[in-house]
Write a protein that binds this ligand. Structure first.
Ligand code: MRU
Length: 350
């Protein structure tokens, strides 16, 4: 099944509860957009494109929940719901991008309120379907960068679970493997939420792709051994100059790759590129609860002294100078990024 999808029978959005993986595969269904906003905030669903699609279905739900007969009233309700959904997670621009697309449908719609409800559901479904198609295009472009026998370091989870299906950076790796290339993946465990150890390892196991989990702070060591050929990660928001906000730890990984002359690639759909921001310093960085850092035990005991405090930025910004190339659905982009990114975004008409 898809990570996020519409269940027509009961008129609800269904998603895989990613908090439970790999121990348990369970799906949850929501028929209230408030629940969808909570699911995004609590990371039932996570990964930039997946939360974009979830928010789109959430807004379609909001339209369905509102009983207004007048178009203007329904529009106002939907706008309010979009604000709530948008506030759920601030860094991944796909969330705002998907909501904007949905609101455009609402704003330009000519007809009755009932028809607008249907039109919004159609648009949400289109966003979800396009995501899968876009990921496959990115995967084909990116797979050409991988050679038979490569060992690749991958950060966070960027696979089918982070998108509607297939994935971004992990989708590229998956495609190269399907093309018959022998690949070995070193999976950054990705503290503190462990998306690598829990989700990427789970996906790779299902695809039959050989992998080993490494602690995040081992990446520099492996890059310095000469036994890693490439580094792949996704992106939650990329500024116009190519600076990219991605899961915390990406910056250190990219620095270590650069220092060792290992190519590092960010794989992002054009919906992740925010041309309104000139550089990465303008990207809002989500800071999550300190409990995500502190709730760790060893031998049944907390690993920190009682009363310890922690900081938990969920993302960091990798400067574009550390990226060898950027993979999008419209092709592989090389420097100068400012010029070339604007061109690929335009090419898709986004
Ligand atoms: O906090 P998360 O798990 O939502 O963060 C996800 C990432 O950082 C991914 O690398 C990113 O969304 C790009 S892959 C689709």
């Amino acid at each position: 099944m898809r990570t996020v999808e519409w269940n027509e029978k009961i008129g609800a959005v269904r998603m895989i509860d990613q908090r439970l993986l790999p121990g348990e595969f369970r799906t949850v269904e929501y028929d209230d957009y408030h629940q969808v906003a909570n699911a995004i905030r609590d990371m039932v669903v996570r990964g930039a494109p997946a939360i974009g699609a979830a928010a789109a279905f959430g807004l379609a739900l909001a339209a369905k929940q509102d009983r207004s007969v007048r178009l203007g009233e329904l529009r106002a309700y939907v706008l309010e719901a979009a604000r709530l959904l948008q506030a759920a997670r601030p860094t991944a621009v796909n969330l705002a991008w998907a909501l904007e697309r949905m609101l455009k449908v609402a704003a330009s719609f000519q007809g009755g309120a009932a028809d607008l409800r249907q039109a919004m559901l159609v648009e949400a479904q289109r966003i979800a379907d396009e995501d899968v198609e876009i990921n496959l295009r990115m995967a084909r472009h990116g797979a050409a960068l991988i050679q038979d026998g490569d060992t690749i370091i991958h950060h966070c989870n960027t696979g089918a679970l982070a998108t509607v299906d297939w994935g971004t950076a992990l989708g590229v790796i998956h495609m190269a493997f399907e093309q018959g290339k022998r690949i070995h993946v070193l999976v950054d465990e990705t503290r503190p939420r462990l998306q690598g150890a829990r989700l990427t390892a789970w996906e790779l196991q299902q695809y039959g792709i050989p992998y080993e989990i490494i602690s995040d702070n081992a990446a520099g060591f492996f890059l310095s051994t000469g036994k890693v050929q490439r580094v792949f990660f996704g992106g939650d928001r990329m500024a116009a100059n190519g600076d990219v906000a991605n899961k915390i730890g990406t910056y250190m990984l990219a620095l270590a790759a650069f220092d060792n002359g290992i190519p590092a690639y960010s794989v992002v759909p054009t919906s992740t590129i925010d041309l309104s921001l000139s550089h990465g310093g303008l990207i809002p960085i989500e800071e999550r609860s300190q409990d995500e850092v502190l709730n760790i035990q060893a031998g049944g005991q907390p690993v920190h002294p009682q009363g310890a405090k922690a900081r938990n930025p969920a993302f960091d910004v990798t400067p574009h100078r550390l990226l060898t190339a950027i993979v999008t659905e419209n092709g592989v982009v090389y420097p100068p990024y400012e010029e070339n990114l604007a061109r690929v975004v335009k090419k898709g008409g986004s």
